[in-house]
Ligand binder design. Structure first.
Ligand code: SAM
Ligand code: MD0
Ligand code: SF4
Length: 361
């Protein structure tokens, strides 16, 4: 591809962005098609400058607990889709979940992300059990909490909020409805999106996310940025698609990681004061530096070893070796001139963002 025929001045676009004037559609498409090394490096520099302006050298760290890998859905990209016979299934007990939460808290993370497949065990009758577990985690850790349960009934989301869950994370993956239909089989685009509006109404913060390399066009990506803006997402993410054994997309050739890095940088230009993750779940610790250098300011998918807990797109990479830990990533942050924030820094950001939310509702 490249940008043949498009005469835009990258330095001018970046200078404007750093001064608070966001790139428009034509400029974003131009940036997403960059191929030249020097140009891309300039983009990343501008993204870092904006990140540092809003967040200094402080990075937020998210612990990840995938407490049930059972799921009623059949997303074509996902290892844990219901029909996959080869993916490991587990449902952690209340005690196991709480112990993992305490271990992560001790290690110095700033938020706990509690994630599950759309597990019928909880969905049918046991949401109360989960609410009890989360209540105890909140009491014992006092940390900000994120819940990533997929689509849940509204009254359940409300109960999560009432027991002190701060964030609802739920990703459309794409905002091209046709593509959505092909990857999130038999799921409602609107139901998923509307639940994020509802979470905001309840006073929760929301995370929206994209997959890179599932057949989206650069126009689709631009449209996604528009939707992310219109729903006022507080955290925005992109992860490269990683092919999974036993799934319909097992043989889909992954696209170069550059696409994900460009999207991270563009999101930083468009949403300079929002949270943007560098997920350890795509390339493990070896991929952390490039994501931070593209403008990310949160490290997600920190997973404690020895507990049989899995990642989503990289179910085991770097976990047992203790690489996906605070100790494992601090040296990498330092190489990037960054340092972990304090739990108080993060809690303060969350509270401030919630106050801002009241103004837009
Ligand atoms: N079941 C809930 C749901 O789907 O919302 C929670 C799990 S959610 C954390 C799983 C997310 O991981 C997906 O929304 C997707 O963005 C990402 N993911 C899943 N499979 C992936 C893959 N093969 N490659 C990259 N990202 C993947
Ligand atoms: C991550 N594996 O942060 C996790 C997951 C769910 N809220 C997050 C995709 O990369
Ligand atoms: Fe289930 Fe979530 Fe995987 Fe879809 S992405 S199959 S909803 S665990």
């Amino acid at each position: 591809m490249g940008n043949q025929g498009l005469q835009l001045d990258l330095e001018e676009i970046l200078a404007k962005a750093v001064n608070g004037l966001k790139p428009d559609r034509r400029e974003v498409l131009f940036i997403l098609n960059l191929v030249e090394r020097d140009a891309i490096e300039k983009l990343f520099q501008a993204a870092r400058a904006l990140r540092n302006h809003y967040f200094g050298s402080k990075v937020y760290l998210y612990g990840f607990i995938y407490f049930s890998t059972y799921c009623r859905n059949n997303c074509t990209f996902c290892y844990y889709r219901q029909s996959n016979k080869v993916s490991p299934r587990y449902r952690k007990t209340r005690k196991e979940i709480i112990e993992a939460a305490l271990k992560l808290t001790e290690s110095g993370i700033h938020l706990l992300d509690l994630t599950m497949g759309e597990d019928q065990y909880y969905r049918n009758v046991h949401f109360e059990e989960l609410i009890g577990t989360i209540f105890e985690i909140k009491e014992q850790t006092g940390l900000p909490l994120m819940i990533s349960p997929g689509v849940v009934p509204r009254d359940v989301l409300k109960e999560f909020k009432q027991i002190g869950v701060d964030w609802y994370a739920c990703y459309q993956e794409t905002h091209n409805r046709e593509l959505f239909k092909r990857i999130r089989l038999n799921q409602s685009y609107d139901e998923r999106l509307n639940l994020k509006y509802y979470a905001h109404e309840l006073g929760m913060l929301i995370e929206e996310g994209l997959l890179a390399g599932i057949g989206e066009s650069t126009e689709d990506l631009y449209h996604s940025f528009e939707v992310m803006d219109s729903i006022s997402a507080d955290q925005v993410r992109v992860m490269s698609f990683v092919p999974q054994k036993g799934t319909p997309l097992e043989k889909l050739q992954p696209i170069p990681r550059l696409r994900e890095m460009l999207v991270i940088a563009v999101m930083r230009l468009l949403f300079p004061d929002k949270l943007i993750p560098a997920s350890l779940d795509v390339d493990g610790i070896s991929g952390l530096k490039q994501r931070l250098n593209a403008g990310a300011n949160v490290v997600t998918s920190i997973i404690p070893p020895d507990r049989g807990l899995m990642g989503v797109s990289q179910s085991t990479l770097d976990i047992q070796e203790g690489g996906r830990s605070v100790d494992g990533i601090v040296p990498i942050l330092e190489e990037c001139g960054l340092t972990p924030a304090s739990p108080r820094d993060y809690a303060t950001w969350v509270e401030k963002q919630k106050t801002n939310l009241l103004k837009i509702m």
